[in-house]
Design a protein around this ligand. Structure first.
Ligand SMILES: Nc1ncnc2c1ncn2[C@@H]1O[C@H](COP(=O)(O)OP(=O)(O)OP(=O)(O)O)[C@@H](O)[C@H]1O
Ligand SMILES: [Mg+2]
Length: 384
């Protein structure tokens, strides 16, 4: 994929950036198509939207990416017929290649009647909605945490009594009954483990952060996976080696990617199970947090992709809520914990899912240019 940072260097002798460089700086995907919907220009965000490089996009028709009944084509027809610009919010673009994307479309004819083509701008609205949803997860995480603390208090003590009693009984019973006392112990252990996981949500302290090399985190996750839940899986890595450090908490980030990798391995198809870990730097992605003045800069994107059957339709809307699961032994706390930790880091987690291609993207902040540990000792303390 072409790098927006490289393209953006195009300037004329007066130092004015070229039109292409300006388009590349936009968050909106912009493509220019001719009257036959053939792509004649694509900006950097369009490459990300289609997940293809310009070299591949140019000359291809939008029909290669979207079905003929896609709302995009009726809007395009309208622009070509009327020669007037149109805009439409809340359009869903669906195709096997793109998955389901919720976007705002803006189309404007180039030349009087669109004879010069049509400029199409595509802005994913789900990003704003995702942040909104993430804010909701905060509430959900808090209530799970409160319940965890309450259960820890009310349930763990009696459970340890039950477990102790079962162990005492075990010494005086025959083999058949011993199986039962062991069952009591195992099941109480399972409840304690569940309550412990729920308690993890109660921790409201601010995250202790440092510069974290995300590739080391992923290497650790991969090693754990390969020796356990991911033994059947072939792992691939698509890393941007020049990726700057994440500003985060290493242990918590390990938890995030262990949970995502575990889900991916559990989902990856039995035949040729494959999980791809990837990292990328997305230039210029600043997200407005709804209802606030805050704009977050989340340029680091870490993805976990699997070739499983995809996420069941009915789970999608509430996927990050606690206790949403369709696994026999699942707690449904994995993704809720992922959402909480990513949130605590000021990041965003999103997913796209289609059969044989489910991707979870975690967008994270970059380490600040100057961190307290970078400041030389002399300038920290003038007296030393
Ligand atoms: N990569 C994936 N492919 C398909 N479905 C997924 C994927 N990741 C998550 N899911 C769905 O989301 C549900 C919730 O995931 P989550 O990690 O929160 O809980 P779980 O995996 O069921 O339980 P636990 O994490 O406690 O083992 C899963 O039960 C599964 O149905
Ligand atoms: Mg899980």
């Amino acid at each position: 994929m072409a790098n927006a940072a490289v393209r953006s260097n195009d300037r004329d002798p007066q130092g004015v950036p070229s039109a292409a460089a300006i388009l590349d700086a936009l968050v909106e995907a912009v493509v220019v198509v001719d009257r036959n919907a053939r792509i004649i220009h694509a900006n950097a965000a369009a490459e990300q939207f289609f997940d293809l490089s310009t070299t591949i996009l140019l000359g291809r028709s939008l029909n290669d990416f979207l079905p003929a009944d896609s709302p995009l084509f009726s809007l395009l027809d309208q622009v070509l017929k009327t020669g007037a610009a149109v805009s439409e919010n809340g359009v869903t673009l669906s195709s096997p290649r793109l998955g389901n994307r919720f976007v705002a479309l803006l189309m404007a004819p180039l030349g009087d009647d669109g004879g010069g083509g049509v400029a199409i701008s595509v802005l994913e609205q789900s990003i704003a909605r995702k942040i909104d949803n993430q804010m909701l997860h905060r509430g959900a995480a808090r209530s799970v945490g409160a319940m965890g603390s309450m259960l820890a208090h009310e349930v763990k003590n009696p459970l340890s009594g039950i477990r102790g009693a079962a162990q005492l009984l075990e010494q005086n019973v025959g083999d058949a009954e011993r199986e039962l006392t062991q069952l009591i112990c195992e099941e109480t252990d399972r409840i304690v483990a569940l309550v412990d996981r729920m308690e993890a949500f109660a921790d409201g302290r601010p995250v202790e952060r440092a510069a974290v090399n995300i590739h080391q985190v992923l290497a650790h996750v991969r090693k754990v996976a390969e020796h356990g839940f991911g033994r059947h899986v072939r792992f691939a890595e698509v890393y941007d080696p020049s990726l700057p450090d994440v500003w985060g908490n290493r242990d918590q980030l390990v938890q995030v990617f262990l949970n995502l990798a575990k889900n991916a391995c559990e989902a990856a198809s039995d035949e040729g199970a494959e999980v791809i870990l990837s990292t990328a730097y997305r230039q210029g992605v600043r997200l407005a947090v709804p209802g606030t003045q805050t704009r977050v800069h989340l340029p680091l994107v870490v993805s976990v992709q699997d070739n499983g059957p995809g996420i069941t339709e009915e789970l999608r809307e509430h996927l990050f809520d606690a206790f949403v699961t369709n696994k026999v032994n699942g707690t449904g706390l994995g993704l809720a914990l992922v959402a909480k930790i990513v949130n605590d880091h000021g990041g965003v987690v999103e997913f796209q899912s289609a059969p044989r291609r489910t991707v979870f993207n975690v967008m994270l902040p970059m380490r600040p240019r100057m961190t307290p540990t970078d400041v030389p000792a002399r300038s920290r303390s003038p007296s030393s």
